[in-house]
Design a protein around this ligand. Structure first.
Ligand code: NAD
Length: 345
């Protein structure tokens, strides 16, 4: 049995990773500052992490030192981050503080306390400017947005610590993740969470595009299979976590609408320039956000190579329709419990 620290454990991915490791009989220690995560994510049929999770910030050095000293962790899954793109764009110093400095602190303490392996949750967003598909781990064109820039910088520190001290660090580049526990309540939820919430309320979802752009989606349980498979890694590695299959946002909306019996609700197509309208600060003069960059972000195509991931004996298993069905079922329950008014059919 290994003792494993999971940061960001009240979030979408961290909570399910914690649950799976716990089911496998590992000793998991969870932490999260609840800036985005939720208590509901910590309740499972066979366990409840609400009382045991440390409600702390990864940047709290005194707490982290005391925790590392007390627990002697074998492994750390560093999942915590500020993830919404507009939040990072709007508050870059905070994004760097959490996503970069927070990661460096984890690496520093992993070295000091002899942690055997560290896994870091990066993102396919680092490929935002790539034009060769499927994107492979060796090649990243420098990203321009703040969120992927923080993750790309943090990846460099993972590499630096691994090179200098020999700590095996594995960097995951997650594609668009979906599945039960996806956030459908926050101001800017991921696209599937947003579509489910709007259909649930009976609203026409607004897409700031034609909806024809294609993305690579990975089901959270498949992601976790790979997160466990890479535990065999002995050196620094970067691994894409994806399906290498793409689907358009329109097709996703269609699948969700069908699942929710909302095929009569049309999608609305709006101006790309208004994509982050809920964040008016980003449009302020003298330096408003570049319309060209926004358009590129909204319309970009993503497809990640799975070739390297497969060398770990892994392959994605979940059929998109089945994954969407499970996501809808779980999210509708969350929306109901949150008291969101439901469409009358
Ligand atoms: N969901 C996706 O599609 C996706 C895609 C690519 C990469 N990722 C990466 O995977 C990781 C998990 O993503 P998610 O979708 O579960 O996001 P999430 O927002 O649901 O989870 C992140 C968790 O980190 C916590 N957190 C933030 N700052 C913290 C701090 N300073 N101290 C302690 N906890 C803190 C939040 O409260 C939240 O619970 C992130 O690192 C994200 O960048 C996610």
């Amino acid at each position: 049995m290994s003792k494993i620290l999971i940061t960001g454990a009240a979030g979408f991915i961290g909570s399910q990773l914690a649950h799976r490791l716990h089911q496998k009989g590992e000793q998991v220690v969870l932490m999260d500052n609840f800036s985005y995560g939720s208590e509901d994510n910590l309740i499972f049929e066979d366990c409840d992490f609400r009382d045991s999770i440390h409600r702390k910030d990864i940047r709290d050095r005194a707490f982290m030192e005391a925790l590392m000293e007390k627990e002697t962790f074998d492994e750390i899954y560093h999942i915590a981050a500020i993830t919404p793109l507009p939040d990072c764009q709007n508050n870059p110093t905070e994004a760097v503080d959490v996503n970069v400095r927070g990661t460096v602190l984890i690496l520093e303490l992993a070295r000091k306390y002899g942690v055997k392996k560290v896994y870091f949750a990066s993102t396919s967003a680092v490929y935002e400017n790539n034009s060769d598909f499927p994107s492979r781990e060796e090649h990243v064109e420098y990203p321009g947005l703040i969120y992927p820039s923080t993750k790309f910088a943090a990846e460099q520190f993972c590499r630096a610590f691994s090179t200098a001290y020999g700590i095996p660090v594995v960097v995951f580049r997650f594609a668009n993740v979906y599945g039960p526990h996806i956030d459908c309540l926050r101001t800017t939820p991921p696209v599937m969470g947003y579509l489910i919430r709007e259909f649930y309320k009976g609203n026409s979802p607004i897409l700031h595009s034609t909806g024809k752009q294609e993305r690579d989606f990975i089901f959270v349980e498949d992601l976790i299979d790979l997160a466990l498979a890479v535990r065999s890694a002995e050196h620094f590695d970067i691994v894409n976590v994806s399906t290498e299959t793409t689907v358009s946002i329109n097709a996703i909306a269609e699948l969700i609408a069908k699942e929710m019996d909302c095929e009569d609700i049309p999608l609305q197509y709006a101006e790309v320039a208004h994509f982050w309208a809920k964040y008016p600060e980003l449009y302020e003069k003298p330096y408003p956000i570049s319309e060209e960059m926004l358009a590129h972000e909204v319309l970009k195509y993503t497809c990640l190579s799975t070739e390297h991931a497969r060398t770990y004996g892994w392959a994605p298993k979940t059929d998109l329709k089945e994954g969407v069905r499970k996501t809808v079922e779980f999210s509708v329950d969350v929306l109901r419990k949150a008291g969101i008014p439901e469409r009358k059919h």
